[in-house]
Design a protein around this ligand. Structure first.
Ligand SMILES: Cc1ncc(COP(=O)(O)O)c(C=O)c1O
Length: 391
């Protein structure tokens, strides 16, 4: 079982050196004044008249109803709001799993999610693999199921691979879960950053034991609001998750609820802006990769917020990323940060954030670093080694 959040510690250790941060997986954020300028009159009135007492434990009804419109057949009562996607996932795992249970996790996955499950019960990992085009192997899932398997946890669209689950694979996965009475929990925080043509519909609207987890954090670029949610047909499960959640906090922050509702109502405009940023950055990254075929395999970014090119240099992706931030102040994330004892995750890739803003200067800094590093590669001395500890 992993017990530490390697990605979080890597970013924290690198922080003093970062001049160009390409570690993010969310779209560009927006300031408070700009967000309020997008408010409909009803929400503006709500904002101006907002009281600062305790809010509703499961989330304001008007926010849950707005969220439910994203899940065909579900209503506000099928939504439980929480402080970001991660609080929702952790509380859900505690509500569903106990020591006698077994869970399956599709990896790579965000480490805090993995820890939230592995600390509660025995767990089997099923890996997305590069040679399968990062596609889910349903036979491997079927082989991992045991009589006591209670939950399968997935993250589609996936970080860091960008893999999506198409409608056919989703139906087959649901059929498998239904046959065994297994809860299927999908962390869908990257739904809005993936190409809508590739992403399967949300699990919650499709399977009676499906739970969709999402937030305004990634596609809408508003992680600071700390507004996430679970959507599920089964209200009894949501009541149980609320019971767990009440041991952590009594309600969401009222101002965040209003701001989240404004953002959800304005989602088409925010997403259109984010797509322009992402498309320009995708083109810049593709040009950059094509200029360095000895260092990077071509990668077609399939997600607006990040790409995962393969690093070909002799020192490997992790050593490259460490030196890059140490020497050039550019932070990218080696795929070794998603390493897990549950299954093998390729360490050869770099996750490069595309969503936050123009990456031209960051790519120029990487290019300068490559130019300066090449002649000296074979004469590296001890004092020349990166000082940031390996993950
Ligand atoms: C796959 C995944 N799930 C959940 C989270 C956390 O989301 P939130 O900030 O809404 O809790 C992240 C953050 O990076 C993530 O990558």
């Amino acid at each position: 079982m992993i017990d530490r959040f390697a990605l979080g510690s890597f970013i924290a250790r690198a922080a003093p050196r970062i001049r160009h941060d390409l570690s993010a997986s969310e779209s560009a954020s927006i300031g408070l004044a700009d967000l309020l300028a997008l408010a409909e009159p009803e929400d503006m009135a709500r904002w101006q008249g907002l009281g600062l007492g305790y809010a509703a434990p499961n989330g304001a009804p008007w926010l849950r109803e707005t969220i439910a419109t994203g899940y065909p057949g579900l209503a506000g009562d099928n939504v439980l709001c929480c402080a970001g996607a991660q609080e929702g996932l952790t509380c859900l795992a505690q509500a569903l799993l106990g020591p006698g249970d077994h869970a399956i996790i599709v990896v790579p996955i965000y480490q805090p999610s993995e820890i939230a499950v592995t600390r509660l019960c025995r767990t089997t990992g099923v890996a997305l693999r590069e040679y399968d085009g990062w596609q889910l192997d349903l036979d491997e899932i079927a082989a991992a199921i045991r009589p006591e398997t209670r939950m399968i946890l997935t993250n589609f669209p996936n970080s860091p691979t960008g893999a999506t689950l198409d409608a056919g694979a989703l139906s087959a996965l649901i059929a498998l879960c239904r046959r065994h009475g297994i809860w299927l929990v999908n962390d869908e925080v990257y739904r809005l950053t993936a190409d809508p043509a590739c992403a399967a519909p949300p699990i919650a609207g499709t399977y009676e034991r499906g739970v969709s987890i999402n937030a305004v954090s990634k596609g809408l670029g508003l992680p600071g609001l700390r507004v996430g949610w679970l959507a599920c047909r089964d209200r009894a499960l949501l009541a149980e998750v609320l019971r767990v959640k009440s041991t952590a906090s009594s309600c969401l922050a009222g101002p965040s609820e209003v701001l989240a509702r404004i953002a959800l109502d304005a989602a088409p405009r925010l997403l259109a802006r984010n797509e322009i940023i992402a498309r320009a950055n995708q083109a810049r990254l593709l040009d950059f990769l094509a200029r360095h075929p000895d260092r990077f395999a071509p990668a077609d970014p399939i997600n607006a917020a990040f790409a995962l090119p393969r690093y070909l240099g002799p020192e490997g992706a992790q050593a490259f990323a460490l030196r890059l931030v140490e020497k050039a102040g550019v932070l990218v994330l080696p795929s070794s940060l998603w390493a897990t004892p549950l299954a093998e995750v390729s360490p050869d890739y770099l996750r490069v954030g595309l969503g936050r803003g123009d990456i031209t200067n960051a790519l120029a800094a990487i290019e300068a670093h490559l130019d300066s590093a090449t002649p000296r590669r074979h004469q590296r001395g001890a004092q020349d080694s990166p000082r940031i500890a390996a993950p």
